[in-house]
Design a protein around this ligand. Sequence first.
Ligand code: ZN
Length: 184
Amino acid sequence: MRSQQPMTGADDLRFSWELAGSSATYRIADGASEHSAHVGYCTDALADLLYAVTGLYGGSSGERVSFDLEPVEMRWLLRREGSDVAITVFEFPDGVTSWGSPDETGGTLSWSSTQPRSALGHAVLEAAESVLREHGEAGCLEKWMRYPFPVAALQDPRRLHRRGDDCPHEQCRNHPDATDEREG
Ligand SMILES: [Zn+2]
């Protein structure tokens, strides 16, 4: 049997995104606890997560992203708290009725953690990049079927993280994005 893809991340926070046929399993863990979910392919889930992370680098005080677990909805709320991000994950038993609802009524808290934005950004970006490295664009589309790997959605948060987070990891710190204001 193939061993599981190792979780990537800074400090205590670890995150992984593992593609299977027409689904993916994500795992997120801090030093205290772990949460995982098996996400269906009907939404562009990894892109949605990357867009939410991107929002944390703009003026937004909070972002949300919903994962379709068919029928369960798993909803992540990402709330800026200074240089940290409070992550709370709510589970809704019936995604058909809860999807897009304005608040967390009817949801159950599944997991929460407060982490530096740098750690969250790094962990999510590394996980996305390792999916692309492992499967390639063609392999990702073959597995997820409905959406291609979100190459474009990865660009902005990667640049913003390297430039704005003062990430301690070598591959971010030494990247030209971290210092060079000009592109191309
Ligand atoms: Zn980094």
